[in-house]
Design a protein around this ligand. Structure first.
Ligand SMILES: [Zn+2]
Length: 507
């Protein structure tokens, strides 16, 4: 029943809203797609240049949906009952067992401390966006939640002048793979080697297979790279395991086999596959997951590589994103596909800064989502309707007030998959930053750091209690306060980067 309700809820999160043409101001009718007399609102239209269109889309797409609400309530109640039958007070208590934060109190304390640490910084972000909105048009209303993604993108374009068109020629897939190869070679002494496929081995002719080879230990595993977009292929980038690693009875090791699935543009006759900066991030991210699988050496395959506690699972992948935006790393691999010129310094600087623009407000949004997820999976019955709980949580955790007659939670599909663990991404990011800061920030190619990270983190997969793993590797207990501080430090550190970059560009 729980699985069924979950599926129904997720399906309902992306259902378009239909409105009559006559219900919308005539100036907006052409912004959205229409079918005869009906207008289809399929999402939040956050990149629309028209502030009123963004607001309309927000109010219509997020208008409360009685069916979704009924399913959500049934789902939360069923989860609560299941937890109680198993002897837990709440679903959250049950879901968190074996995690770094193994009690709901710890998650809440982490979210509260983090929220406090970034509140003023997020407020400053919103003030900046409000000014931008007024500068666009003096009669514009106050900043709404529908404006935040729009102005974040606009600032990247206007202040830092970062556009995909300018950057893509420096990120051919070949150059990016060379970059990854170079990083792994320095850190772990391994090479990614393109390997022949046997007839019928693969599901599509454009998939290639990489052997992961260590200079002394030999073959460590295989990665099938299904990188190019194809019709009918899921659009979600992901990493999945075909065969986990495990110790065999004869003393040998069953090597892991995984798939990396991305949606990169196919090569054309005139150019190789050229990646946008965010595709580069995704490639590095997914490759981080793959290395977790390749370098884990666990006794059993159900704890191999990425099969670890949810709040640790994104650490290796997020860590790779720090490499992808480090100027020393970028300088080594980003080069123009025609001229072979390395990326100019000012482009590197602008790109690195753009990835950290408005991170405080962005983080605050994630804290708010994580807090709703905890509230819904906490003590039942809830202290009101799901919308009342959302509005109350928004007041405490997000700097922009709740908009009456909206129910964002009806579109929040992650409530199903993550259930009480949506906070995990923030914890993984805090840990990844701590690792980057302690081991790689001074030298991203340091072999000793790479070796320590490999043997003390990646090798364990999910076979070691994640709290002990982190404590042993980082030398601190992963308590809520420590991890909240790590994220606040990360935001402060990059804040200065952004400031320097914007000043030097606009001076
Ligand atoms: Zn991931």
């Amino acid at each position: 029943m729980i699985l069924n309700l979950g599926q129904q809820f997720v399906a309902g999160t992306s259902t378009p809203r239909l409105v009559k043409k006559s219900q919308l101001p005539s100036t907006l009718r052409n912004v959205f797609s229409s079918d005869g007399d009906t207008i289809l609102i399929t999402g939040l239209y956050t990149d629309s240049l028209d502030a009123v269109a963004r607001e309309m889309a927000y109010r219509i797409f997020l208008h409360p949906d009685a069916t979704q609400d009924k399913i959500l309530n049934q789902l939360l109640q069923a989860r609560d009952e299941l937890a109680k039958v198993c002897g837990f007070n709440t679903y959250s208590e049950r879901a968190l067992r074996g995690s770094i934060f193994d009690r709901p109190g710890k998650v809440l304390s982490f979210l509260e401390k983090l929220s406090k640490g970034i509140w003023d910084k997020a407020k400053k972000d919103f003030e900046t966006m409000s000014t931008m909105k007024l500068e666009e048009n003096a009669i514009n209303g106050p900043l709404g939640p529908w404006d935040v993604p729009y102005f974040t993108q606009k600032a990247k374009k206007d202040w830092l002048k970062v556009s995909s068109k300018e950057y893509s020629p420096f990120f051919s897939l070949g150059a990016c793979m060379d970059g990854l190869n170079m990083i792994f070679q320095s850190l772990y002494r391994i090479q990614l080697v393109n390997t022949e496929l046997t007839k019928g081995e693969c599901w599509s002719p454009d998939v290639y297979k990489l052997a992961v080879e260590h200079e002394k230990e030999g073959l460590l595993g295989y990665i099938y790279c299904d990188f190019y977009e194809r019709s009918g292929k899921p659009s979600q980038d992901c990493h999945f395991t075909i065969r986990g690693g495990r110790a065999l009875q004869d003393g040998s090791y069953q090597i892991p086999i995984v798939v990396l699935m991305l949606n990169l543009p196919s090569p054309r006759w005139s150019s190789p596959s050229l990646l946008t900066p965010s595709m580069v991030d995704n490639l590095f991210h997914e490759m981080g997951h793959a290395m977790h699988s390749m370098l884990a050496r666990t006794q059993y395959q159900h704890v191999s590589g990425t099969r670890c506690s949810t709040d640790f699972a994104e650490v290796p992948s997020i860590l790779m994103e720090y490499f992808a935006c480090d100027h020393r790393v970028l300088k080594k691999f980003a080069r123009h596909f025609q001229t072979q010129e390395p990326m100019p310094d000012d482009m590197v600087q602008r790109l690195c800064a753009s990835k950290h623009l408005f991170t405080a407000s962005e983080t605050q949004l994630q804290v708010f989502y994580a807090a709703i997820d905890q509230a819904y999976h906490g003590t039942h019955p809830l202290k009101g309707t799901t919308t009342e709980v959302l509005a109350e949580t928004q007041k405490s955790f997000y700097g922009i007030p709740y908009v009456a007659n909206t129910a964002w939670q009806h579109r929040f599909s992650h409530l199903v998959g993550y259930g009480a663990k949506y906070y995990s991404y923030l914890v993984s990011r805090a840990l990844a930053y701590s690792i980057w800061n302690k081991y790689f920030e001074t030298d991203p190619f340091n072999a000793d750091s790479g070796n320590k990270y490999r043997t003390q983190c990646l090798a364990h997969g999910g076979g070691k209690n994640p709290k002990n793993l982190v404590a042993d590797f980082l030398g601190v207990q992963p308590e809520p306060e420590v991890l909240a501080d790590s994220l606040v430090n990360e935001i402060e550190y990059y804040e200065n980067h952004v400031k320097t970059a914007t000043e030097s560009i606009n001076s």
